[in-house]
Design a protein around this ligand. Structure first.
Ligand code: AMP
Ligand code: MG
Length: 346
């Protein structure tokens, strides 16, 4: 299959080209404000199955349905989720996915057999134009091969999906670069996956919000993931990622020692550093992630940098940061990409 890439500069033309494929049951990769999505007609189980095939995604990992307007979400749920209106008024369109009991309209393939469905309205004009032109909710996970870092540029999608899908809509780099916050509303509001809509922002609307335990820790043996996506090795480049969490000077000292050790053993090593620690790496070459003061930017650069460093390294040594605000989303993705190989310095 030949994969075409067209710009979303002409939004309507791009949406029309994509919608033609979506309506025929095919796959289209498209930009959102979080990461690139791999979309199919969300009401057509056969079309949705093609997403799992193209990604090599385990078929027990459910997808998110994307809608072009708020009203369309309510057809997909069985009744109105508690807090939904307030959350949608505050955060939609935006990087917040809401989970609630599914309506009979939603095919099993989307929810991987679960009784709940995840819905979101993206804050990206090209994405919403594609959904509106298709006339159906679009089921979409991230447009990477299963397990790889999520694509934040059209060229990342092409790296993973060339020959597997007919069309990529190129809308340039994604604003946030990490996937949406996933919030379950079936019981006590619980964050299953952190994103750019933070715990603090949700608490301002909800009062109380819980965090799923799997956000910063691997699942224990026999433990059940609230969100099936959390149980897989995820966001991982081919290189081994090792994380060190600590004050800038101490983290740089530890990473420098690891660097010398791996380099001495003949490994190709790269360092992903924050601006605060950058002065403490001596002559070792570093790739700059951004400043610890701005974890949102760290998030937006993480997946792209992992893909870049992966081309030239066997081992990637990366600084961790605090988990306030969007730092939680950053650490959630980074620890998974490292398979939880992390050192917390005193
Ligand atoms: P992706 O955006 O590629 O990471 O895929 C969608 C994410 O949403 C995965 O982590 C899924 O596990 C999660 N998800 C989708 N639907 C549900 C659901 N009904 N319950 C819990 N998690 C869900
Ligand atoms: Mg994904």
């Amino acid at each position: 299959m030949k994969t075409s890439v067209i710009s979303t500069f002409d939004t309507n033309q791009a949406a029309a080209a994509g919608a033609k494929i979506i309506r025929a049951g095919g796959l289209v990769a498209f930009p959102t404000e979080t990461v690139y999505g791999l979309g199919a007609d969300g009401l057509n189980g056969e079309a949705v199955n093609r997403i799992f095939e193209a990604k090599g995604r385990p078929n027990d990992n459910p997808l998110i349905l994307h809608v072009a307007q708020k009203a369309d979400a309510f057809r997909l749920w069985d009744g109105e989720p508690p807090f939904a209106r307030a959350l949608m008024d505050t955060f939609w369109p935006g990087p917040l996915t809401l989970i609630y009991h599914r309506s009979p309209l939603v095919p099993d393939e989307v929810t991987a057999g679960l009784s709940t469905v995840a819905v979101r309205m993206p804050n990206n004009e090209a994405a919403r134009a594609l959904i509106a032109a298709s006339g159906v909710p679009i089921a979409a996970p991230s447009a990477n091969l299963s397990g790889k870092p999520s694509p934040t540029r059209a060229e990342h999608v092409l790296q993973d999906m060339d020959g597997r899908i007919p069309l990529i809509l190129d809308g340039g780099p994604c604003r946030y670069g990490v996937e949406s916050t996933v919030l379950s509303l079936t019981g006590t509001p619980t964050i299953l996956r952190p994103g750019a809509v933070t715990k603090e922002m949700l608490a301002a609307v909800l009062g109380e919000v819980a965090l799923a335990p799997s956000i910063l820790a691997p699942l224990g043996a026999g433990e059940k993931a609230a969100s099936p996506g959390m149980k897989y090795k995820h966001y991982a480049p081919n290189a081994q990622v090792l994380v060190v969490v600590g004050e800038p000077k101490a983290a740089a000292a530890r990473i420098s020692a690891l660097y010398d050790q791996f380099a001495g053993a003949g490994k190709r090593v790269r360092i992903a550093a924050t601006a605060e620690a950058a002065p403490f790496y001596g002559s070792r070459s570093i790739a700059l992630l951004g400043t610890r003061q701005d974890p949102t930017t760290l998030c937006s650069r993480l997946f792209g940098l992992l893909r870049e460093l992966d081309r030239e390294a066997d081992v990637i040594l990366c600084e961790g940061v605090g988990t306030q605000g969007t730092g939680l989303a950053f650490m959630n993705r980074l620890l998974r990409s490292a398979g939880f190989h992390v050192e917390y310095l005193p």
